[in-house]
Design a protein around this ligand. Structure first.
Ligand SMILES: [Zn+2]
Length: 456
């Protein structure tokens, strides 16, 4: 449009108008590119911060008094079917298949530690424990939301956060098959577990992963009914989840938590969730649950359950935190059910020394013995809580130090007990509970189970 009369422009005016349009277009392009780079760097900056946060939250601790494994300790460890019930590795952005310079666990390090089967548990919400409160409130600022923002993961839906982690795990499983290195394999039923046992016996380079949920916070509540609770559990089952802990560190619609405000027992929806989990072949995990919740679940459940990562309250001294740990009464509930307790390696669970890990195990075994349990070592397992924002005293790639601790303590465990604790007990629980499993299969598959480590 030029001149007073519409549509009539001089040649100079036409040229001027085209130049303006080109200039305007170039300015818009420049603004767009600048905005893009600002955003990209902003996202890269957030991603970098997520890595720094991971590095800060998941260091290893050092115990100068830790034993040096003898040849016999190492030989025993290398022939064990090692199972660890709990690691939060999927919460972080590290590639599961690559050795990382920070954090606790990844496939190369699990391989060095001769781990056959690793529980990968999914955390979706971690509210801060305010220093002026003795409980964790669901309304406190959630560090997982901030982490999700930094990682570019789903921010607003806890369910979506869980499924994002499940997909990340499956993607690592797919890549491991194509990569030609150590195979990472999702364990969904007793047939998968049997195949894993066979492959590890033959010294094949494969590590099983069993998926778990730590806190079903989006399940149940006022907007839900029992059918929708069952549907939510089935959705997790269909996605491959085989361990389910109703609570984490705060009370939710399924149960109170041991660190929650009200610490109530199982709710009606909580009962339905556990009933459905048990029916489908998902192992119930009662880590973090309130005392009342543990008792309610103990009465309800028929299949053996786990407490995947904990310490014991007895002889728990600073920095060990008794409120987080199992009392003798709690331990009796687990023993009554025939369940298994995964003992952790971090100071707040067991105390400041690796020897305390074995002491906590020995305490559970003593209580089992007092109850007249034939084989008291059958109720203890490993529950590292790797990558769970803790400072474990045992590195996964040097897990033989833990075997050495059990063998070298003043009152040593027998090699058979160490094999049970190191993995056979957890194997038995999964072989009983997984689809297609039962107590008989579990004895055939897991008792007298020895393997040959792929890492020489
Ligand atoms: Zn936990």
């Amino acid at each position: 449009m030029c001149g007073p009369v519409r549509g009539i422009c001089s040649r100079r005016e036409v040229k001027h108008s085209v130049t303006s349009k080109i200039l305007l277009f170039l300015v818009i392009c420049l603004l767009f590119i600048a905005a893009y780079y600002a955003y990209a760097n902003y996202a890269a900056g957030l991603y970098y911060l997520a890595g720094r946060y991971d590095r800060m939250m998941n260091p290893y601790g050092v115990d100068p008094e830790a034993p040096v494994p003898t040849d016999a300790d190492v030989d025993l460890h290398r022939s064990m079917f090692v199972v660890d019930l709990h690691a939060d590795t999927l919460k972080w952005e590290r590639d599961l298949l690559e050795r990382s310079a920070f954090g606790h666990a990844d496939v190369p390090r699990l391989r060095e530690g001769n781990v056959s089967l690793q529980g990968f548990t999914i955390v979706t919400k971690s509210p801060l424990r305010m220093p002026w409160r003795d409980s964790v409130s669901a309304r406190s600022p959630d560090t997982n939301t901030l982490l999700s923002l930094m990682q570019g993961r789903p921010m607003f839906s806890l369910r979506d956060r869980a499924f994002h982690q499940i997909e990340r795990f499956k993607e690592a499983v797919r890549r491991s098959r194509e990569g030609g290195g150590t195979e990472l394999r999702l364990i969904r039923d007793v047939e998968d577990l049997g195949q894993l046992v066979e492959d590890r016996r033959a010294g094949r380079d494969v590590i099983g992963g069993i998926l778990g949920i730590e806190g079903g916070h989006w399940i149940g509540g006022t907007a839900a009914d029992h059918e929708s609770v069952r549907a939510d559990i089935r959705e997790l089952f269909d996605a491959g989840v085989r361990m389910f802990a109703p609570t984490h560190r705060f009370d939710n619609a399924l149960s109170g938590s041991s660190e929650g405000y009200a610490r109530y027992g199982l709710t009606a929806h909580g009962r339905t969730a556990l009933e459905e989990a048990e029916r489908l072949g998902i192992t119930v995990d009662l880590a973090h649950i309130s005392n009342d919740g543990l008792r309610d679940a103990g009465e309800q459940l028929d299949n053996p359950f786990i407490v995947s990562h904990t310490g014991v309250r007895a002889n728990c001294e600073e920095p060990c935190r008794p409120d987080r740990n199992l009392s003798d009464e709690d331990i009796h509930v687990v023993l009554e059910n025939g369940g298994v307790i995964g003992v952790g390696y971090w100071p707040q669970a067991v105390g400041p020394s690796v020897w305390r890990i074995a002491d906590a195990m020995a305490h559970i075994m003593r209580l089992a013995e007092e109850r007249g349990v034939d084989d008291p070592g059958r109720h203890v397992a490993l529950g590292s809580d790797y990558d769970g924002s803790v400072t474990p005293l045992i590195e996964v790639s040097h897990l033989d130090v833990l075997t050495a601790t059990m063998r070298q303590r003043p009152d040593p465990f027998t090699d058979s007990q160490i094999r049970d604790i190191g993995g056979r007990n957890a194997c038995r629980i999964f072989a009983t509970n997984l689809p297609g499993g039962n107590a008989e299969t579990s004895e055939q598959l897991c008792t007298r189970l020895n393997v040959s480590s792929p890492h020489k």
